[in-house]
Write a protein of this length. Sequence first.
Lengths: 248, 484
Amino acid sequence: MNVEITDLTRRFGRTQAVAGVTMQIGPGVFGLLGPNGAGKTSLLRMLGTVIPPSSGRIRLLGHDLGGYGQRRLVRRRLGYLPQALGYYPGFTVVEFVEYFALLKEVPAEQVPRAVATAVERVGLGDKARARLRTLSGGMLRRVGIAQAIVNEPELLLLDEPTAGLDPEQRVTFRALLRDLGQRATVIVSTHLVEDVGAACTQVALMDAGRIVFHGTPDELTARAEGTAAAGDAPLERGYSAVLAEARS
Amino acid sequence: MTGAPLGRPVRTPRLPLPASGRLLRLEVRRNAMLWMVPVAAALFWLITYRRSMALPPLWNVRTMSMQTGAVSVFAATVVGVAAWTGSREGRHAMTDLLAGTARPRWIRQLAAWSATTCWALPAYLGCVGVLYAATAWQAAWGDPLWWPAAVGAASVPAFSAIGFTAGVLRPSRFTAPLVAVIAFLALQFSVQMIHGGRSPWQISPLVAGPWQLGPDAGVATFYPYLPDLPLAQVSFLAGLTAALLGCLGLPAGSGGSWLRRSAAAITAAGLLSSGAAVALAGTGRLDTHGMIAIPTLHDVASDRPIPYTPVCSQTTIPVCLHPAYAIYLPAVTAALEPLLSEVAGLPGAPVRISQTSAAYRQQAGNGVGIGLTGPLIIGTPPVFQLLLPNQLGGPTMTADEVAAAVRSQTRRDILAGIIGGERAASPAQQAVLAAMLDIATAPDTPIRAKAVRFAALSTAARHAWLVKHLPALRTGRLTLAQLP
């Protein structure tokens, strides 16, 4: 298992963002669903080694995250796209991705090829020399994805990756996700259940800091059967049904 | 995400750089200091270069003035840009994205700081180089004084570190302008606190010598430029740089335990170095040659005079100046020549007017006394010791201003040394002085009348009279009535 979480909690003052999550995730695309404030981003930030947990244990790619050395080993093999992507407006696309390749300690001789590959995979080849300040929101999102995959990560954490992408780009992105999921564990946090349906092999639903569902998209769809759950698509209805059940 | 080819292929460098080199190259290429270099150069030209070049072409005044001006200009500029760079992760909401990367945060920060410094330092050195080249072209004598340039060069990374640290700690768009203004004011405040040669505030990189004197034409010409204070300043600035950059590596998450221990060691060494330098600056004293000497750092070899061959006029009594002041020789000679030809050959008249070094004494507060250590006329045959007016501190003078001051003061000193009456002249001495120097006396007095009569004599007649009556005139035994 690439991700092993045991009794993971995270508090921000009096607010408990993540409340005792236990999960094991192997290779493939894993969808993390949930309403606003469910704790998805906090969970991803902990998995991304951005913030430490308040309690519990995280084991990623075979390493416990207790010590700096272990975290550094994991970070070399980790890709992370935060919900709010920051960027340096003066950097070009290639420079930004190269910057992250270097920070992820991609061997120097492999950097140019890795950068070119990542930029091509997100379809920004023709914008490679464009300054980030000149790009649209969707293009910036793709730059964010490029930096996340530049080190060929074995664990890829994507927080709302399709926000700002047009439908055509989203379709292409789902194909990319499936491709990445062949070799790596990809955890995608999203509001868009159709992304999960199209790309994910496993899905978890969070509410109030807890995992209230963990299974396949089909199993989530099945949870709507026999209920009057709201939603335009079967997966949406499953999502609503599980949430309603968790809150009842 | 279509797999379209890149617009242009990614270039492979001829010499493959290591990752740290690539990171630095990337930072250098996108550093904000690049855009501020023309601004810094323009400010240097406006504030420092023009002011320095308006001074006489003497290495001491030009370089000491340059240090004060250049540090003011570059400190404010560099500190602002460094703060802008240091705050960028926070300003651009990059912290989450960067926190999940493997390379230690401290290394990342050092790369960004280095990039700012990499632009600022060559910019500073380029500006200083132009000023030094112009001075070398104009200066009549001497080698460049490198210590003022070295202190300025050490200030650049130090102020870069100050700004960068401020930016990291307070990542806001207001940090950069605020820190720039604070740094500028702090520098100006630091020199206001200097009281005498023992002040630890002399550690301020604006200070190139005794602060109360300013750029002084009298120092570092006859004797070497003392490196004592610059050594302490460089040590302070290097320590400050190390301490601030080391501090960035201390927080948890900056790097591994080895890296953080290194940062702690660098911080401690930096604090020790800067603290010791401040303490040493506090033990300084104004030495007799006009520089700040720090006993612990002082090399007695620096107290030996610099050998030189004076430049002399072709007058009856030669006027000899230090070659650094050769530009003043024509004006000084023209001012003294009429008197010198008249007194040449008189008993006790000097055989040479020779420029000498001034002696400096620290007085109460910020006062400094500048003058000769001995009498005006020394030795056998007698030599008149000349201090040019611009050796005496105060505003720098043009050649004409120097000549005017020599005409009014030095001529009187020379003549008084010959006929007596340096302190309390007798009426006869006053009349002779007034006549020969063409200076005004109180109207309608016997002294005035005698002075007018004596002045009306021909030069030869006056000379002949002086040859005959000089011993009596010098001792004050001659009365007004005995004057022709």
